[in-house]
Design a protein around this ligand. Structure first.
Ligand code: FNR
Length: 340
């Protein structure tokens, strides 16, 4: 059941697409006609908490478990290795319950022995399960995903969410690797960010709306003639701005509808340390293959270097000091939430 659902998610993520509005057209970069920079002087390395990344692009959590997902994870890992990207696997809970499924996750470490690999579980995990998930991959960090609405809209999904914060807090203390708490496409509001910070969570991945949409995926999967809850959640632009009211720069990454190098530069300029990409990379891999994915990552890197040069920022932290204008519904949201 879970295995076929995982392949459904892959298929329907491709079908429902990546055309949503993640709010980044509301974010305008102010040009710099006198940049003290050259393309050679730009460096793309970045840090998120204690993690040192050679690129601000992270291949975010997608899959593992079902047989076909092993091939996807292998090819994503090859692309991540070839271009030095950190990569997260999809939720490992199914492999903790059924060790036969472990190979579809372990393949990521096998393909990329020296790269940054992130383990992934939901907030139902115990400290012991979290440690096993990390050990399975010799992972450099652990992602815990929060996906309440995704669970609620799946008929077979969880219905009870008591004690999430306490479990997250125990995991933050107990696993020995940096903990990243992420949403899967509905965003993390600042009230929740405050609670997560006080629970000891060092890194947030805001996972806003505007990209992969699990409400839309579920409506298609169940052939519902509805757009029910397709509009749920916070756009990536606003959830990133909210998280940065609580978490200092250097501890927040942004995911959700990141498709272009311009999207990446915008979230970095807003204050993110890295940009997670899931659906857009999966689409290229499935439709065009591994080499096309590697070529696409090259194009993204090239675009980031070009824009950083034009903005006169030779390090990612320097983007944080560049002026940025927030317009449209993102500005309206910030006003309504009294965020300057
Ligand atoms: C996901 N995502 C996800 N996240 C997670 O933490 N654990 C998981 O198992 C999965 N599974 C999964 C499957 C598929 C097919 C997709 C496309 C995505 C969510 C993902 O990491 C990311 O947060 C969202 O997809 C939003 O980013 P994009 O897709 O808009 O770039």
């Amino acid at each position: 059941m879970r295995s076929s659902r995982k392949m459904d998610h892959v298929q329907f993520a491709l079908q429902t697409g990546q055309s949503g509005n993640q709010g980044l057209t509301d974010v305008k970069l102010v040009p710099n006609c006198l940049p003290d920079a050259s393309t050679e002087s730009v460096a793309l390395f970045t840090t998120i908490g204690e993690l040192n990344l050679s690129s601000p692009i992270v291949v975010n959590a997608m899959t593992g478990g079902a047989h076909e997902t092993e091939e996807i994870n292998r090819e994503l890992a090859v692309a991540a290795r070839e271009r030095g990207l950190a990569m997260a696997v999809g939720s490992q809970m199914s492999a903790l319950r059924d060790p036969m499924q472990e190979s579809s996750y372990r393949i990521v470490r096998q393909m990329n022995p020296d790269g940054l690999v992130f383990a992934n579980l939901g907030s139902e995990a115990t400290v012991e399960q979290a440690s096993r998930a990390v050990d399975m991959l010799r992972a450099d960090a652990l992602q815990i995903h929060l996906n309440v609405m995704q669970e609620l809209i799946m008929p077979e999904g969880d219905r009870s969410f008591h004690g999430m914060l306490e479990r997250v807090s125990r995991i933050a203390e107990g696993t020995g690797v940096p903990l990243i708490v992420k949403e899967v496409g509905f965003g993390i509001p600042l009230e929740n960010a405050r609670l997560l910070k006080s629970a000891g969570v060092q890194i947030l991945d805001v996972g806003g709306s505007g990209g992969t949409n699990f409400a839309a995926i579920e409506n298609v999967r169940r052939k519902l003639p509805l757009d029910w809850l397709n509009d749920w959640g916070m756009k990536t632009s606003v959830t990133l701005i909210e998280a940065l009211q609580v978490y200092e720069r250097g501890r927040v990454m942004a995911t959700g509808g990141i498709r272009t190098s311009e999207d990446i530069v915008k979230v970095l300029t807003l204050g993110a340390s890295a940009a997670g990409m899931a659906g857009a990379l999966l689409k290229i891999l499935r439709n065009e293959g591994t080499q096309a994915l590697i070529d696409h990552i090259d194009e993204l890197h090239h675009g980031i270097v070009l824009m950083m040069t034009a903005l006169g920022a030779v390090r990612i932290e320097q983007l944080w000091t560049r002026p940025v204008i927030i317009t449209g519904s993102t500005a309206e949201w910030c006003r309504a939430r009294r965020i300057d």
